[in-house]
Ligand binder design. Structure first.
Ligand SMILES: Cc1cc2nc3c(=O)[nH]c(=O)nc-3n(C[C@H](O)[C@H](O)[C@H](O)COP(=O)(O)OP(=O)(O)OC[C@H]3O[C@@H](n4cnc5c(N)ncnc54)[C@H](O)[C@@H]3O)c2cc1C
Length: 392
């Protein structure tokens, strides 16, 4: 491993993509991940064109094509009546308009693609089971960190530290931002159904969004249609910070029992649910300090109601590595530009996602106005500012 690598705290989608983007501009890195192995929960993720474009440009097109699904349209329906409220074409329409596909993929498959590439790289090292616990960030050309593992502590020096350590970022805290994420009174239930257990008359090759009072449901295919991924979100005061836990199916079934039979049967088909309390935070004031910068959820956690959290982390990795290359290694200038470019976009996506939560869960009779408005919206135009993003 060459001297002065970039240190990356966190081996999530943001950290892995950052290491790979840095490798492409000839910069070595060490990924420091607190978990002893990376195993994603059984759930899906939507990869919109703004993110798939970057991954394809990085050479992952064939691997994505092997494992992802590509729903041909989004259908928005009333959770109570089942009536179609709105929607937009995906599939070829997305490729034609944005030059990249709208994919849906199992998180484990995406992670395997990224991890295989990381493991195959000569310039990336993975250090598992280590927690970034302390930072010395006064140097003119390097940063020193202390990593703790179960058995020992060690010091590591690098050119810079990228905090890709997620919602509860310790790196952000260590550079002085002690603000806490805020619970947004939504709980996400995530589950997977094998195609053979999915009601035969329910659609597989499209993304369905069902809206009802105090809840919504999304389902889409993953692994080329072998599984259907479901996310049911309920407005809730219950809150167990951050961590996933097992959900009792009967609670969710009760909550959705008066929904349209198609939505209810979709919920009923899931055996195991995992629950997440949903948090985001006000945009951070500080994105970098000297030789430490934040990226992904560590910088800007987003509620999942626009399916953009991981997409933003992928965009961040692309912009950061491009700026490091453009500034010939002058990291302060690179971090300054990175922050300027990323702050307004991520803040807009954060606030739009939060607003979507309120819109999706509107009670009757407000939902009547919402449905009439949605029926008139051209969603392809309405969302193009998200999907046509490119840099430079
Ligand atoms: C229900 C739900 C559905 C979603 N759906 C979508 C979607 O369809 N599309 C989309 O784009 N996004 C989606 N998201 C958002 C997306 O999952 C996240 O935004 C994304 O995973 C963030 O990636 P990250 O790498 O920034 O952080 P994380 O994935 O949180 O990774 C952070 C890593 O850092 C490690 N770590 C933490 N602290 C330390 C430390 N001190 N030292 C070392 N390691 C540390 C953690 O173990 C973890 O591995 C969804 C989120 C939810 C909750």
């Amino acid at each position: 491993m060459p001297d002065n690598p970039f240190l990356i705290a966190g081996g999530g989608i943001g950290g892995l993509t950052t290491a790979l983007a840095l490798a492409r501009i000839g910069q070595p890195s060490i990924i420091i991940e607190q978990r002893t192995r990376i195993d994603e929960i059984g759930a899906g993720i939507q990869l919109s064109p703004n993110a798939s474009r970057i991954l394809i440009e990085m050479g992952f097109g064939p691997a994505l094509a092997k494992t992802a699904a590509e729903p041909h349209r989004l259908v928005i329906r009333s959770g109570k009546s089942g009536k179609m409220i709105g929607g937009m074409p995906l599939g070829q329409a997305m490729r034609s308009r944005f030059g990249a596909p709208y994919l849906t993929i199992h998180r484990a498959d995406l992670q395997t693609i990224l991890l295989d590439a990381v493991r195959g790289s000569d310039t990336i090292r993975l250090a598992f089971g280590r927690n970034v616990a302390e930072i010395e960030n006064n140097g003119p050309s390097s940063v020193r960190i202390r990593c703790d593992s179960q058995s020992a502590s060690e010091s590591v020096t690098g050119a810079a530290l990228i905090g890709a350590d997620g919602l509860w970022s310790n790196v952000a805290r260590l550079i002085g931002d002690t603000s806490k994420p805020e619970f947004r009174r939504h709980i996400a239930w995530r589950g997977l159904v094998a195609r053979k257990d999915w009601p035969a008359d329910l659609p597989v090759d499209q993304t369905n969004l069902w809206l009802g009072p105090g809840a919504h449901l999304v389902h889409y295919p993953i692994r080329r249609g072998e599984f259907i991924n479901l996310v049911a979100v309920t407005s809730d005061r219950d809150n167990e910070p951050g961590w996933s836990r097992t959900g009792d199916p009967s609670i969710l079934q009760k909550r959705f029992s008066r929904w349209h039979t198609d939505a209810f049967r979709a919920i009923q088909s899931v055996g195991d649910w995992t629950i997440w309390s949903l948090f985001d935070r006000a945009p951070r004031q500080t994105w970098f300090d000297n030789r430490v910068a934040l990226l992904g959820d560590a910088a800007h956690p987003v509620l999942p109601f626009l399916a953009q959290g991981a997409a933003l982390a992928i965009e961040d990795a692309h912009v950061l590595s491009t700026e490091i290359k453009n500034k010939n290694g002058n990291l302060i200038e690179a971090f300054t530009n990175y922050t300027r470019i990323r702050k307004s976009r991520s803040s807009k996506i954060q606030s739009t996602a939060r607003r979507n939560g309120d819109i999706y869960h509107m009670p009757w009779p407000l939902s009547i106005g919402r449905d009439l408005t949605m029926a008139r919206i051209n969603f392809s135009d309405h969302t193009s500012w998200i999907y046509d993003w490119q840099y430079p």
